[in-house]
Ligand binder design. Structure first.
Ligand code: 3PG
Length: 224
């Protein structure tokens, strides 16, 4: 049986929450769909069950399909979703959450209609306000490091405490705990546990070790 999705609030009718899936979400670019299952198994074994496969390569949808079908302990989602057509393709392939680097009303409408939880992307206070106006409280903050990092997110928490974020972009093992310690951060996304040379060498053992370190980092940050 596949893992259940957490609810975004105490109400059973609330949409499930992406931010509640796991403190660290690996962001994966799959070049060869044959790598998807062993890579996902390594991430799950290391303690990172929520996996975002970016729709940036021709192999991405096959990768999502393979993980959804063969790695029951993973919660696979689609990232880099920027069109309504990609929303449909990703959900058909088995994506259980959707992430976008930005948003438009057209995209938001398609994401809502998909029935799976989603994170539209923001990088300014005005975008946050516009999403709150549309009833969306959970967002990706992208590109996190370039857009102001932890200082920017901390500054948003004062006037906009109802917004919660998954910062992504330029985050590493060194900075992830600082993001996770912020009150308005639910999880962080990143690719630091998936070095290009390890993926190219199909060194799943190294990826599992890096995933375990990432999962441990998040536990430490929560306890501080
Ligand atoms: C992305 O969409 O590429 C993510 O933000 C991952 O960014 P990173 O590779 O800098 O971690």
């Amino acid at each position: 049986m596949s893992s259940p999705l957490p609810s975004s609030s105490s109400s059973p009718s609330s949409p499930p929450s992406v931010l509640g899936l796991a403190p660290v979400v690996p962001v994966v670019v799959v070049e060869d769909a044959a790598d998807a299952v062993p890579l996902a198994r390594a991430l799950v074994a290391g303690g990172l069950p929520a996996i975002e496969v970016t729709l940036r390569t021709p192999a991405a949808l096959d990768a999502i399909r393979a993980i959804a079908g063969e790695v029951p302990d993973a919660v696979v989602g689609a990232g880099t979703v920027i069109t309504p057509g990609q929303v449909d393709e990703a959900v058909d392939a088995g994506a259980r959450f959707l992430v976008s680097p930005g948003w438009t009303d057209v995209l938001l409408g398609a994401m809502r209609a998909s029935g799976v939880p989603f994170l539209p992307g923001v990088s300014t206070a005005s975008e946050v306000v516009a999403l709150l106006e549309r009833g969306v409280r959970e967002m990706k903050f992208f590109p996190a490091r370039a857009a102001g990092g932890t200082a920017y997110l901390r500054a948003l928490a004062g006037p906009l405490p109802q917004a919660r974020f998954c910062p992504t972009g330029g985050i590493g093992a060194d900075s992830a705990p600082d993001y996770l310690a912020l009150p308005n951060v639910g999880c962080v996304g990143g690719s630091w546990m998936l070095p290009a040379d390890a993926v190219a060498a199909r060194d799943w053992g190294r990826i599992e070790r890096l995933a375990r370190e990432a999962a441990g980092l998040s536990a430490g940050a929560r306890c501080r």
